[in-house]
Design a protein around this ligand. Structure first.
Ligand code: MEV
Length: 438
């Protein structure tokens, strides 16, 4: 694209969709006509819904909506909706779900559901004296939010507690950490509205109080929820007798497989490079459920990665525990999810995903997402310590390669048959298709 100043588009948001596309067509360098492609993925009936989700919408970006069936979580079977672009994730999740359904299922529990908000302000005083006022300030701030929090309180949510802190390494920067419970909603709007209502009340209190104001006035810096939610925590585990791991052990004796699996997880506890990839495998499952259910995957990723680094270095979110002949595998992570409000109600497929799950509470969805994460990670680590991942991965990727090569149905069938027991790679598949075509 030409980067000269004449190509800066002024007032883009005010243009109609047609005008937007006309402008983009002038700078578009693709092989096809732009408008027909964009038109093709416009929804024939419900486009207004998608237009309202974002701004400057000119089309929709499709991703597959899949089901990983047979997740047994605390004795209940879920068919889990997953939205993901990576082939093999749904297959791996489905296989692991069926395996664990036969071996005791996923056992999950929500440890707590506290969410956090922060009000930052600058002030010249000491934290100790602020803390002496904490009870008075808490009552005042809670009262200031009565009209916002009364509905949330009816649903067993609301403002939970307050704690003053000094920001590390910043002499005159303080923070009021406010903890909330937000029932079945993710709660971002509730938390931010409360924080913005509380801020002037807090500053006013400090500036009016004789012993606090003696250190000078307090000034607002900012107020916002924190995506670090170490107390909105879910734990999900699987366990079975080591001998039952045979379907994943391949040609290895099950004891050796379990041992290698434990070593792989210990590497991910001690080596951040590996921990990052290991946790990415967990998020293959979790993000797919989060996207399907209309939750905010950036928030979840940010919070869980911060949690993975809580001990000072970035570590695996899973742990293996071998007890005699029992293999136990546990995932613990924060998941601040919602099942009401936001996209969960407005995106028709998010709504359908939640309906397919039986309209779960937010806590139930935390357990389902954690189970999907554990399933995918278990499958990935099991492959890594046995055959490696490429064999299965490239097999499933074959369909994508064939589509990229514009293969006909007949070419697809012939290629799939030919590569049944062969290593799949782009160049080998391309060569094979070229041969068919010549
Ligand atoms: C690929 O999407 C995910 C893996 O790399 C995860 C892992 O290495 O554990 C297979």
């Amino acid at each position: 694209m030409n980067s000269s100043k004449e190509n800066i588009i002024k007032g883009f948001s005010k243009l109609s969709r047609e005008e937007k596309i006309e402008i983009l067509t002038k700078v578009y360098s693709g092989d096809n006509d732009l408008k027909p492609i964009l038109d093709r993925y416009i929804h024939p009936k419900d486009q207004h819904l998608f237009n309202d989700i974002s701004e400057n919408v000119i089309s929709n970006y499709y991703l597959p909506f899949s089901i990983a069936p047979n997740f047994s979580i605390n004795g209940k079977i879920y068919n889990v909706p997953m939205v993901i672009e990576e082939s093999s994730v749904v297959a791996a999740a489905s296989k692991a779900a069926s395996f664990w359904a036969k071996n005791g299922g996923f056992v999950a529990r929500v440890i707590d559901t506290l969410k956090n908000g922060q009000i930052f302000f600058s002030w010249q005083g000491h934290i100790e004296i602020l803390r002496e006022h904490q009870d008075n300030i808490s009552t005042l701030l809670k009262n200031s939010c009565k009209s916002i929090s009364q509905n949330m309180e009816k649903r067993d949510g609301g403002i939970h507690s307050f704690e003053f802190k000094k920001v590390d390494n910043m002499e005159t920067t303080f923070m009021l950490l406010v903890k909330f419970r937000t029932a079945d909603s993710m709660g971002a709007n509730f938390i931010n509205s409360c924080l913005e209502t509380m801020t002037p009340v807090l500053l006013n209190y400090i500036n009016q109080s004789e012993d606090l104001n003696a250190f000078g006035s307090a000034h607002k810096i900012m107020a916002i929820l924190s995506n670090y939610t170490p107390e909105c925590l879910v734990e999900c585990k699987v366990s079975c007798s080591i001998s039952h791991l045979a379907p994943y052990a391949g040609e290895l004796p099950t004891e050796i497989f379990a041992d290698r699996f434990e070593t792989a997880v210990n590497i991910a506890i001690n080596d951040p490079y590996r921990a990052t990839t290991h946790n990415k495998g967990i998020f293959n499952g979790i993000d797919a459920v989060i996207l399907a259910s209309g939750n905010d995957f950036r928030a979840i990723e940010a919070g869980a990665h911060a949690y993975a680094a809580k001990n000072g270095s970035y570590q695996s979110l899973t742990r293996v525990n071998m007890r005699g002949n029992i293999f136990e595998y546990t995932l613990t992570l924060p998941l601040a999810l919602g099942t009401v409000g936001g996209l969960t109600n407005t995106h028709p497929m998010a709504k359908t995903a939640l309906e397919l799950l039986g309209n779960p509470s937010a806590s139930e969805l935390m357990m389902i997402a954690a189970a999907a994460g554990l399933a995918n990670n278990f499958a990935a680590v099991a492959s890594l310590v046995t055959t490696g991942i490429q064999k299965g991965h490239m097999k499933l990727h074959l369909s994508n390669l064939l589509n990229a090569l514009n293969a006909s149905e007949e070419e697809k069938n012939k290629t799939k048959h030919a590569f049944e027991n062969k290593t799949v790679s782009y160049s080998l598949v391309e060569q094979f298709i070229n041969k068919l075509r010549s």
